[in-house]
Design a protein around this ligand. Structure first.
Ligand code: GRF
Length: 220
């Protein structure tokens, strides 16, 4: 395990609550990553002010300035490299990426998605989870591959769906889990404890010391 903190660039487009959970976690002396910069595809993203307030260098790269996706990505890439970023963490980054950009960060770029992938990739996950009647949903941190919301799964958290849930109430419950899952997954990744084999992440090889399954509804 490497002891030097990995430099992480976070990509956002909006409110940046997951970004803040990573920034907060990275303040711990023994956290294996430091947040080198936050880049936003939207200058008006709330997350930019939050990151700056937390002392993290920020930059807005307005995607609307570019005709070609590749030109936008070239600027993004240059900003990441200028900050000597080693790993990229997407946190509510709402731009589709070209395969070339994704490949240039292969096995060095993570994303968080608000469902238990491969269920419900794409947008409106909570509305679709409610429509499907699933009893458990959750969130996933995965390594980014060119196909949207796909790639080796590093970590997941499951959350119960409650009677009377709305997309908002369910989304809030999942978001709480996201804020715990992403720092955990990034720590595993940055400390070199994530190995990708055949597009899967094997493990963990640890004894289970808690309830082995989440049953929903509960037995009583
Ligand atoms: C989160 O639900 C994340 O899973 C998804 O976009 C949302 C971003 O929220 N990719 P925030 O900007 O981190 O608050």
């Amino acid at each position: 395990m490497s002891t030097k903190k990995k430099r992480v660039g976070i990509l956002i487009s909006g409110r940046g609550s997951n970004m803040m959970s990573l920034i907060a976690a990275a303040k711990a002396v023994d956290y294996p990553a430091e947040i080198a910069c936050v880049l936003s595809s939207r200058p008006e993203a709330e997350g930019l002010l939050k990151a700056a307030g937390a002392g993290v260098p920020t930059q807005a790269i307005d995607h609307r300035r570019f005709k070609e996706r590749s030109a936008f990505e070239a600027e993004l890439d240059a900003a990441l490299r200028a900050s000597a970023v080693e790993f990229v963490a997407c946190a509510g980054f709402m731009r589709l990426m070209t395969p070339a950009f994704v490949e240039s960060w292969r096995d060095r770029m993570l994303n968080i998605h608000p469902s238990l992938l491969p269920a419900f990739p794409g947008l409106d996950t909570h509305t679709r989870a409610l429509a499907a009647g699933v009893k458990l949903t959750g969130c996933t941190v995965h390594v980014v591959r060119p196909e949207v919301d796909s790639g080796p799964i590093i970590a997941q958290a499951a959350v119960p769906v409650l009677d009377g849930d709305t997309p908002e109430s369910l989304g809030a419950r999942v978001l709480e889990a996201e804020h715990r899952l992403y720092p955990h997954a990034l720590a595993l990744f940055a400390s070199g404890r994530v190995r990708i084999a055949g597009e899967k992440v094997p493990g963990p090889q640890v004894p289970i010391n808690q309830e082995k399954a989440l049953f929903w509804p509960p037995f009583s």
